[in-house]
Structure formats: structure tokens, C-alpha cells
Design a protein around this ligand. Sequence first.
Ligand SMILES: [Zn+2]
Length: 434
Amino acid sequence: MDQMLPEDEVVRICQELIRFDTSNFGDGSGPGERAAAEYTAGLVEEVGLSAEIFEAAPGRASVVTRLAGEDPSAGALVVHGHLDVVPAQKADWSVDPFGGEEKDGLIWGRGAVDMKDMDAMILSVLRDFARTGRRPKRDLIFAFFADEEAGGNYGASWAVDNRPDLFEGATEAISEVGGFSATIGGQRAYLLQTAEKGLSWLRLVAHGRAGHGSQINTDNAVTRLARAVARIGDYQWPLELTETTRRFLDGVTELTGVEFDKDNPDILLKELGTVARFVGATLQNTANPTLLRSGYKHNVIPGTAEAFIDVRTLPGQEEQVLEIIRGLAGEGIDISYEHKDVSLEVPFAGNLVDAMVDALHAEDPGAKVLPYTLSGGTDNKSLSRLGITGYGFAPLQLPDELDFTGMFHGVDERVPAESLKFGSRVLGRLLASY
Ligand SMILES: [Zn+2]
């Protein structure tokens, strides 16, 4: 038999992974993760490596395996993905979301984009290392986490807190939501993720005087809260360019000839096509009221009223954003954190960045590579607590007409089989050379 290459099996692995329904409902249950973890560990063990399955709670299974490198003094690289997906409403899809079908050269199903595509690329490359007996330069730690779609409390975050030994010696990481191509100004550019916004899920509680709904009440908690929520929701956050965003926009200007106008960002954003969806929210902080709760009867004025605000902060701005929100909320409102996660910003420079760019260029000579900021988050947030510098690099060369960014958590997720093969070649080159 000819030697099996990563690109020969990456498509099959992606399809098989999609067929495990690993929907994460955010209720702590995570059905399906254990079966997907066993399948993943099986692929690792089949080629003679050992894999460890660990569970943060019954069924919340993640898989880790380590490939020893030639230079034990070189920092280890964590190559990670998540095995869970967001749920899918079957009726909204034109195919079975857990069928893993191949149709018109594309692999369809929940996770085809986020992120069983990259899981399959990682698995195909690590199996190739094992089959050929090649050793990487540095230790490679391959991790497939549970629960990313609910913040990682039963996955990466748990592992960082409870099993830091698994990441011993790791200095850098690569994972999802970066490395994909977009056509900008008629040219192909790859967006390498070097920053993630932080998140602050705030709870506002307004206090007032409880009483009868028929009486005059100048200290009504509902009224106070409503004013605060309106001020926060209406607030116009100024445009602020971080180092990453500035470099991204400069790159777009080079590709399109269109300058960035702070007073009219839409002109440049239009040049980005569907990628604008990813970029728009990274030019400013955001604070969206998402939930209101108060009262229990039509004729009773409650003593308290609460609102939840989903705040996403630019790197390094958590504190100042909180101060602005305190000011907007005003007197008589307590603010606390329901949940908080860090922002990240890492340099678009250094040996790993050079190696990622080189690996892309080997498969797509001359393509532009730009750093960008993700408005959401990845498991790199958790790994950063161990001092690990994380990048979003799941390389995919995509056809122009595919609305890739719109498919994250969207319907009819699909990825071209050729893109998966391309990705496994780029990832293979990166891990062999770095
Ligand atoms: Zn994801």
C-alpha cells in the first residue's frame, strides 16, 4: 500500500466526528462528548500512541496525547480543538446536521466549521507523525477538549486548574478561528488570530422602595433599572484601534487601496465582504443588555430589579470599561460579575508566527497573512492562565463565494473537502518544521 498521507484521511475523520452529536446545551450535560472522545482516543491509539481521556464530570470527556520532540529544552506547542458543538435545529437545515454527508465537494454538518474540521486536520497530522515515526522538534501536546461552547468549565478551564501537568513545558498554542482565507480586494488573504476580546457578564441590581402599585413611588427599582439599562444600551462606544486591529486595517488598505476613515469605518468594512461580520465588533467595546428580571405581581412595586449585560472588551480595557458602565448605571445600582474571562493580545511576530506564515506560503505562495482580533473567545483564554501564548490557526483555503464567517453557529455549516486537505498539508508542514 502507498504511504497514507494526512490529506488522504482528513475528510473521512471530519465526517465521522460530525456523526457524533456532541451538542453542548450549556446545562452541564454534554451528551455525546464521551463517545467522541473515545473515538478520538481510538484514532490515536490505532497508530501506536497513547491517549489519555480525562473527565471533568461524568461524561464530560477530553483527550490529550503528547508526542515527544527531539529538543526537550524547546517549549512545547499545544495543538488543541474542542469536540463539542452548539446544538442544531434539524428543521432549519437542508441536510441532517449530524449526518456528515459529502455533497458537491463539501462536508456538511454541525461542527464542519466549528471545529471538527480542525479536529480532523490535527488528528490526520498526528497520525502521520506516528505512522512515519518522525519526531517533531519540540514536544507537541494534542488536546481535544469538551465544553468549549459553554466556556470550558468542563473542558480546558477545568484541565488548566486540575491537570496542569498535562501542559508541562508548554509555551505556545494554536487552535481555532484563524488561519482561514478571505478574498479582500480581489486577493486571497489569511486571517491569523492574534487577539481575543474579553468578556464581562455583568449583573445589575437596582434597589428601591417596595410598595403598592396604586401609590406614588419616587424610588421605584424598575424605573431606576430601566433608565440604567437604556443608558448602557444606547451608549456609543468610541472606535479604538488596538495594535492588532491597526495592523489588520493597514493590511486591508494595502490590498484594496482604501484608507480607514475613523469617522466612517463602514467604507473599509465593505471591502471585507462577509469577514466584516467578524471585524466590526473588534473596533470598539460593546455592552448589550440581554436579560431583565423583576417583579411578581401587576400591582406590587418590587424592591429590586435586575438586568444582565453582555460586555465584550478590547484587550487591556476591562477596568476602564467597567468604570464607564458604573457611571452610566448611576446611583442605587449594584454591579457584580456573573462570569468573566480575559482578553488576549499576542504579538504578530516571532518564530511561531514566521513558521505559520511560511507553512501557508508553501501551499499558497504570495498570499497575504494578516493578524486579526476575534470578538468572541476560545480555549486559548484558559490556557493563557498557564502562561501559554495562543494563536488562532486552523488553516483553510476557502472559495470566494463561501460565507465562512456566517456559518459559525449558523445553519448548513459546511466546509470544502479540498479545504480540509489543504489545511492538513499546511498544518503538517508547520508541525514538522517548528
Ligand atoms: Zn469553536
